[in-house]
Design a protein around this ligand. Structure first.
Ligand code: DGP
Length: 126
C-alpha cells in the first residue's frame, strides 16, 4: 500500500463512524482496545494524521506529531497501570509495516501488549 485510503477502518474509527472502546485521546493520538486481543491488555495507539505506517509517519509527520505520538505511549501505559513506573510488569510495543509484517490496516498504529508473560519476541525466525 503506497497511498492512504481514508476509508480504512481506523480512519472510520477516528471519524466516529465505527464504535470502539476508547482508552485515551489528545490532539495527536487516539487509543482504543484491539478488537482481537492477543494479551489481557491489547491497546492500539494511532496518530490523528493520515499516515500509512511508521515509515510514512516518521518520514512525513511534523516533529510535533512525532513527539505527541511518542509522549502518548507512557501516558497510556501509566493510565492502564502496565508500565513498571506505574506498578505494572511491563509491556511490548509492536508496529507492523507492510505485507511481510502482516500489516492489515494501512493507518499507522502501535500495538501495546501487556498483562501476561509475552514470551520471546517472535515465535520462530527462519
Ligand atoms: P495489524 O496487523 O498490525 O495491521 O493490526 C491491525 C489490528 O487492528 C488487529 O490486531 C485487529 C485490529 N482491528 C481491526 N479492525 C478493528 C476494528 O474495527 N476495531 C478495533 N478495535 N480493532 C480492529
Amino acid at each position: 500500500m503506497t497511498t492512504y485510503d481514508n476509508q480504512n477502518i481506523f480512519a472510520k474509527i477516528l471519524r466516529g463512524e465505527i464504535p470502539c472502546e476508547k482508552i485515551y485521546e489528545d490532539d495527536y493520538v487516539f487509543s482504543f482496545k484491539d478488537v482481537n486481543p492477543q494479551a489481557p491488555s491489547h491497546i492500539l495507539i494511532i496518530p490523528k494524521g493520515a499516515y500509512l505506517d511508521i515509515n510514512d509517519f516518521s518520514k512525513n509527520a511534523t516533529n510535533e506529531e512525532i513527539i505527541g505520538f511518542n509522549k502518548s505511549i507512557p501516558i497510556v501505559a501509566d493510565q492502564l497501570g502496565i508500565s513498571e513506573a506505574a506498578g505494572g510488569k511491563g509491556y511490548r510495543l509492536i508496529s507492523n509495516a507492510g505485507a511481510e509484517a502482516h500489516q492489515t490496516v494501512a493507518h499507522f498504529h502501535v500495538h501495546l501488549l501487556a498483562g501476561r508473560n509475552l514470551g520471546p519476541m517472535l515465535v520462530s525466525i527462519k
